[in-house]
Design a protein around this ligand. Structure first.
Ligand SMILES: Cc1ncc(C[n+]2csc(CCOP(=O)(O)OP(=O)(O)O)c2C)c(N)n1
Ligand code: SF4
Length: 289
């Protein structure tokens, strides 16, 4: 549903010209515009990194939090107010490095949020060190002789952790990406979208052209409810030595969200519930003894 809401803030982006972050900005803006959610009902939470500047360019609620900690902040916001559409945006260093423990727990808990990881396979903001998804042999500021670490497989990690919506997009195709983000927001549960993106300043291996030559859209007829097929697809990029990188929806499963199962949150958003009296708190603590 198209609408007249302007989700952008008008703030000048801080990104280098040509950075993939612009493509994600366009994709997210398009997804929000298509959904037409009141912007007062949308919260964008980021970590630290170039990609984490995303909340500034939107006029929704936004929190620019700490490096690797966007998921705890987003989870807290969602627990406090289940009426909010909560979207996390951060980098691969933020989410797959320092923050990967949070990713695993939010996925298994099925926190109802959409997590967009702008995966440029490098630490951009800190000027070009290797990230968890940098490829073997990648020469970066911290790996001048080439990386000797096997890259993390974020789609595989998300599947293994129990994420109920797992997709991969490409910053160079914002229209396709918008569809994945839109479906991720509509999905009740933890939706993660790994977005392949180019850092024009510090990653001269995984460039926009490098991705364009390798990405392909997951074929029609693929069954995203089949976990075994999703695992096969998740392994395809590394098994093909990065000659074929599937993008699209890998996996989707309907299962109860965290808030739907919690005894207190079942009664509705916490912000709408009356504060307990001192007597009620004491009685509840007494019950625990
Ligand atoms: C606790 C903590 N550790 C390290 C840093 C330094 N730091 C800031 S951003 C960043 C990594 C940025 O890379 P990424 O998350 O991939 O985002 P990008 O800049 O590429 O978008 C690091 C290591 C920090 N700010 N806080
Ligand atoms: S340093 Fe890289 S990731 Fe950061 S804004 Fe520039 S191109 Fe984008």
């Amino acid at each position: 549903m198209a609408n007249n809401i302007n989700y952008t803030s008008g703030a000048k982006p801080v990104w280098c010209p040509g950075c993939g972050d612009y493509g994600v900005f366009a994709g997210l803006n398009s997804a929000l515009t298509q959904l037409g959610i009141d912007k007062e009902k949308v919260l964008i939470v980021s970590g630290i990194g170039c990609s984490s500047a995303m909340p500034h360019v939107f006029s929704t609620y936004g929190i620019h939090s700490l490096h690797g900690r966007l998921i705890p902040v987003a989870t807290g916001a969602k627990l406090a107010n289940d009426d909010l559409t909560v979207i996390g945006v951060g980098g691969d260093g933020d989410g797959y490095g320092i923050g990967v423990g949070h990713l695993i727990h939010a996925a298994r808990r099925n926190v109802d949020m959409t997590y967009i990881v702008i995966d440029n396979q490098i630490y951009g903001l800190t000027t070009g060190q290797a990230s968890p998804t940098s490829l073997l042999g990648a020469k970066t500021k911290s790996t001048p002789l080439g990386s000797i670490e096997t890259p993390e497989n974020p789609v595989g990690v998300a599947l293994a952790a129990g994420a109920s919506y797992v997709a991969r997009g490409f910053a160079g195709d914002p229209v396709h990406l918008a569809g994945l983000i839109k479906e991720g927001i509509l999905h009740k549960g933890f939706a993660i979208i790994d977005v392949l993106s180019n850092c024009v300043t510090f990653n001269n291996l995984n460039t926009g052209d490098w991705y364009k030559q390798r990405v392909y859209k997951i074929e029609e007829g693929y069954d995203p409810t089949d976990m075994s097929k999703a695992v096969e697809k998740a392994l395809e990029a590394e098994r093909s030595n990065w000659s074929k990188i599937p993008i699209g929806l890998f996996y989707k499963k309907e299962r109860p969200t965290y808030s739907e199962q919690d005894i207190t949150l079942k009664k509705g958003p916490l912000v709408n519930q009356p504060d307990p009296t001192k007597q009620q708190v004491l009685e509840a603590l007494d019950d625990l003894r």
